[in-house]
Write a protein of this length. Structure first.
Length: 285
């Protein structure tokens, strides 16, 4: 903006165009230009008025290499600290029951044994007391045979321990590359990222296929509603779980449309799986 002695033409033009209702010019208390003939403060920062009060420690990096043709002559970068106070924090993670960890045979036996042992008391109780006995038996079985997991807004329903380990490897590779951006570290980062992405897609596909394998029409509507809520914003997580008669996954949209039409409108699934369906009704479907 200014020369060593006076305001230069380009600096005047910039100041004349600057709207000081929105922006402020700030400077360092330390010299920003060094040379064998002396030093001066000729470098400034233009910041928004909304963050001016958040700036602190406006200093120069005096130890930087100047990379100038002339010895000991050049501009120093200005460094500052922007104080940011996050007023809102994400909701804390909650402990929820991991349904997949429950041995349902043992869980059922525990509930039935508990209720059988208190059968006399159960029969002589009111409806509210009977429900309390049932609830206590269920809670006891769940406490004994179920494990808990943390759930937050970032939780993924398809997440596994393998993904946790792969994610840690990826974070370590990123940290190492940020410290030393060598060719070998970059190759290790790319390999870890590719391995994690492939594993994540595989686990997501397994989760979807397991959830959709035995769905009826009503259940499938609810599932896809929940699925769209979880995954539509992330295009790389989109998986088409439709399968052909030979078990191959169908990815072509036109074939998916034909399969859905045959299943839910042409009654093909009733022809193949049901022998008791009224033959006169099938053409009307």
């Amino acid at each position: 903006i200014i020369g060593v002695i006076k305001l230069i033409m380009h600096g005047k033009a910039l100041i004349n165009q600057l709207n000081f209702q929105d922006f402020t010019i700030v400077n360092s208390k330390e010299p920003t230009f060094l040379s064998v003939n002396g030093q001066s403060n000729i470098d400034f920062m233009i910041v928004s008025n909304s963050v001016e009060d958040l700036l602190s420690d406006l200093v120069t990096d005096s130890g930087v290499e100047l990379f100038s043709g002339a010895p000991i002559r050049g501009h120093l970068p200005i460094e500052t600290t922007l104080r940011i106070d996050c007023s809102t924090s994400p909701p804390p993670a909650k402990l929820k029951i991991d349904i997949s960890s429950i041995d349902w045979d043992k869980w059922t036996d525990h509930v039935e044994t508990t209720l059988e042992s208190g059968k006399l008391k159960f029969n002589n109780s009111t409806a509210d007391e009977q429900w309390q006995l049932i609830d206590s038996a269920i809670h006891g079985a769940t406490t004994k045979y179920a494990t808990y997991k943390k759930s937050s807004i970032h939780s993924k329903p398809f997440w596994t321990d393998k993904l946790t380990k792969a994610s840690q490897v990826l974070r370590d590779a990123k940290k190492l590359y940020s410290k030393r951006n060598t060719i070998s570290n970059k190759a290790a980062l790319d390999s870890a990222k590719e391995q994690f992405d492939t594993m994540r897609k595989d686990e997501c596909q397994k989760f979807i296929l397991e959830k959709t394998s035995n769905l009826n029409v009503a259940q499938s509507q609810k599932f896809w509603k929940d699925f769209n809520r979880l995954f539509t914003k992330k295009s790389n997580n989109k998986v088409d779980p439709m399968r052909s008669d030979n078990g191959d996954i169908i990815t072509d949209p036109s074939k998916i449309e034909d399969t859905l039409f045959d299943s839910f409108f042409a009654g093909k699934h009733k022809k193949e799986k049901s022998t008791n369906c009224d033959s006169a009704l099938i053409p009307l479907l």
